[in-house]
Design a protein around this ligand. Structure first.
Ligand code: PLP
Length: 394
């Protein structure tokens, strides 16, 4: 016996790992490697948030808290949902977790039975399919390519729904594309969802604040309040407040589902770190001005990277509406390069020839693309784009 469960043997290892590992090896060997693969802000956590955590330590907030979060943080989450999203939740409709990743994992464990189908629009955040599979469910991918702005249509959604469909996962603005659904697009999807009352919906709003469209952020429930009883909204402090290492995310939803998610969390990790919860309370309830500063920097970098990538022959790119990612289409460049037949091979080529680490699109369910994170300084980004251009030309 190899001691491993069937479940873990079926789990796909992260395709991003190969590139990340190779980048680390090359760097250790003394090579000059620019890593644009990371999914986290380069900024430090704002000082007011750090101070709140230090205060919490000094005041002895060092014990277990309630499994679903401290009363203070849950109130800050309730106030945030009301203030930013116009959504009303009671305390028993809120679950605070060790990152939105855990919240989403809890949901899959709480609602997916073996054989259940879960609709995941592709390109998707890498963890969705794996979480569904760990729960015994079957991911059903709905692919949205360049010509539809990487967003699924109501016709595609309708066609993907079967009597086994249990859950639909939506993420806007999207990791990896940086694109967001408009109010009208959400309305059209909502019309389909309303016709299928057996479906649960998860909306992942992680990048809510990192958005530069004229239209303000919109989440599905804003256009379809009728779906409130079967929608769980996910969010967290990692991206907007540069708090990836603190590990705090949260969910708001129907009491029964949140309660089931809490039960899963109560038998696995219990509460997220008490110190991090104090920090997240300050992040959500305190001064918000740092968020706008960081978003301004992401937007400036985006505009420059977008421009530089657009000028590279064989590469086409859509301007992002938010996040700190862009997801350029390299299919023409791949076709033009001798000996390169896939985005994975292109990622290896760019790492070797340009010293730039990007994540291949196939990791996100859409081959031929690359995800580039611009959560790094402008000079590095300009250098990286110049290197990519040179490597593709040579
Ligand atoms: N959802 C999306 C779309 C993400 O990109 C991420 C992080 O990469 C998460 C959820 C989870 O974030 P965290 O667990 O740090 O809250």
């Amino acid at each position: 016996s190899d001691f491993l469960s069937d479940r873990v043997k079926q789990l796909q290892p992260s395709p991003t790992l190969a590139v990340t590992q190779k980048a680390a090896e090359l760097r250790a060997a003394g090579q000059d490697i620019i890593g644009l693969g990371a999914g986290e802000p380069d900024f430090d956590t704002p000082d007011n948030i750090k101070e709140a955590a230090i205060r919490a330590i000094r005041e002895g907030q060092t014990k277990y808290t309630a499994v679903d979060g401290t009363a203070e943080l849950k109130q800050a989450v309730i106030d945030k949902f009301k203030r930013d999203n116009g959504l009303d939740y009671a305390p028993n409709q809120i679950l605070v977790s060790t990152g939105a990743k855990q919240s989403l994992f809890n949901l899959c464990q709480a609602v997916v039975n073996p054989g259940d189908e879960v609709i995941i629009p592709a390109p998707y955040w890498v963890s969705y399919p794996a979480m569904v599979e760990i729960a015994g469910g079957k991911p059903v991918f709905v692919t949205a390519d360049w010509d539809q702005d990487y967003k699924i249509t109501p016709e595609q959604l309708e066609a993907a729904i079967s009597d086994k469909t249990r859950l639909v996962m939506l993420n806007s603005p999207s990791n990896p594309t940086g694109l967001a659904y408009t109010r009208e697009e959400f309305q059209a999807l909502a019309e389909v969802l309303k016709k299928h009352p057996q479906l649960l919906i998860a909306t992942d709003d992680m990048y809510e604040h990192i958005l530069w469209t004229d239209e303000p952020f919109v989440t599905l429930l804003n256009v379809a309040p009728e779906l409130y009883e079967r929608t769980v909204v996910f969010n967290g402090v990692s991206k907007a407040y540069a708090m990836t290492g603190w590990r705090i995310g949260y969910a708001g939803g129907p009491e029964k589902i949140i309660g089931a998610m809490k039960k899963v969390q109560g038998q696995s990790t219990s509460n997220p770190a008490s110190i991090s919860q104090a920090a997240a309370t300050e992040a959500l309830a305190g001064d918000q001005s740092k968020v706008a500063e960081m978003v301004k920097a992401f937007k400036e970098r985006h505009d420059q990277v977008y421009q530089l990538l657009s000028e590279i022959p064989g590469v086409r790119v859509k301007p992002s509406m938010g996040t700190f990612y862009t997801f350029p289409d390299f299919r023409e460049a791949i076709a033009a390069l001798d000996g390169i037949n896939s985005d994975t091979e292109l990622a290896e080529f760019l790492l070797k020839e340009a010293g730039v680490a990007l994540v291949p699109g196939s990791a996100f369910g859409l081959a031929g693309h690359m995800r580039l994170s611009y959560a790094t300084d402008m000079a590095t980004l300009e250098d990286a784009c110049a290197r990519i251009r040179k490597a593709l030309a040579g």
